[in-house]
Design a protein around this ligand. Sequence first.
Ligand SMILES: [Zn+2]
Length: 610
Amino acid sequence: MSVIDEVKQRTDIVEVISQYTKLTKAGRTFRALCPFHSEKNPSFFVYPDRQSWHCFGACSTGGDVFSFVMKKEGIEFGEALRLLADRCGVTIPSRVEPDTKKELKETLYQANEAAAQYFHNLLLKSSAAEKARAYLASRGLTPKTITDFQLGYSLNSWEALKQYLLDRSYAESELLEAGLLAATEDGKTHDRWRQRLIFPIKDARGRTTGFGARVLDDSLPKYINSPQTPIFDKSATLYGLNLAAPAIRQQDSVVIVEGYMDVLTAHQNGFNNVVASMGTAITDKQVNALKRLTRNLALALDADSAGEEAMLRCVDFENTPDRIGSEIKVIILPTGKDPDDVIREDPPAWPRLIGAKAIPVIDYTFDMVTAKLDLTTARDKSLAADRLLPIIAQIKDVVRRAHYLQKLARLVKVSERNLEAALKQVKAGPAKRLPTADKDKEPRQVGVGTSRPDLSGFSSPVEEYCLVLLLQHPELRDHPDTPILLSGEYFENSENREIFTAWRETPDIIGVRERIDSAMWEHLDSLVNKNIPPTSRGQIEQKYANCVLRLREKFLRNLEKQREAILTLEAEAGGTSAELAKLQEQGIEISTELKEVFAQKAKRGQELRR
Ligand SMILES: [Zn+2]
């Protein structure tokens, strides 16, 4: 249970609100003079069973206990949460200071951007960069590519960049923290890179987070990257993503290569959906970053042992539940060639290669495991089963699992039934990366119709499902139903409302994260990582449209229920005719809107049956 849920569970909204205004019991509800606007007749209601409140008067708004405290105290969600947590004795995990942290990060971005610009100018203009320019020309890179990727050059100096940035009033400590400087044991600092070709690394928003630097001769190390910094996490970074994102979205596919040069050559030849992993093995953080753009991932890596290693690790990710519902594919490049070579030699060969050679990563693993074995011998048959069964056991989708069990049975010439028994043993054994055992037994993956994710951990499933869709499918921002969602207060839960508000302001998840209080990160992560069964874009859009409709319906029905309750109370208390008329009028508005919702539902039902 999250801290937010715990606070909610231990807090009684009636008790909290009665500290601010005098509540009078009326049936199953409480009413009061609205604490937010001045009025003579009480139009403020508290609903203990729903733990919510609503003002039917001038405010015409409502929410849960958090939104009440936020509004009343004029504070942010995080502060309201802490205030209520204090009251009920829940401890909130240590608070990060978002403001100072944000400021530092902003400074680091700026320092990196200034450095990138400095290196870029040197590459374009400095006579010292002659060799670097010649190198790039020999690799066939055009001036446009060099500008698009803001390539640069670092001088043969220990202090050139340092001095340049100190002159622009950056502190030495900031430059050190940005990874632009390195420190020796005695604490002296110097430029990290000398005489190197510089590749600025940008995040999805185009901010420079770090650098890769390559030598121009055969000296080692060939590459020196930025160290881990508050804004640079190599394992979460994909080189070229900022420039590739539109193409990835448009083509609904991404090709992941290994090197900077591969990305440059691909983009220069119009293959814009190409990004590079920052090391050999692709990480789940990188997969998650791409998942927001497409579910069709293909890895183009050379067939050396490092590549194989990457594949094997990749299988882990594919089958890690709640990570990715896509099927990662592998493209094996011709021996001794990397994507840069392939594209430069014959550009049209690239799309052909991707189309023809991409195979699911599990099939690739099968090939790799069995390639080194002699499957006519009993020993090697058993080895193959030992290695492949644990991988098969991790496949959640029943049909796919059966497919690979069949494949293994054919390979080792053992009956499927025997393998199935062995598979059960593997599954019963110590769970390696599997989730809880009973979740595994749930048959929900079997049915074709079970297209909704399991939201049982969430408190408002429709709200959360809607957020899962919005966060995981950025294209929904332009969906025709999104303005409807933006126009009303359909999110009743404060934490969902906060995340939705942040999402309105920023297109990417890092931005959402920065905008919300750290207490909500856990909730955000659970939404971002929620596994939705793979479906087509059309289906996603339909699900989203249904979601918006359901939220609207829920909102209107609640409103109607509340209005009726008040109407009864007013009538009993002999309310003024003006008030009664106003409530009647509200009722007409609500029922008109509800009718519209029902009409849309009926229409959608027809479309689905067609
Ligand atoms: Zn009010």
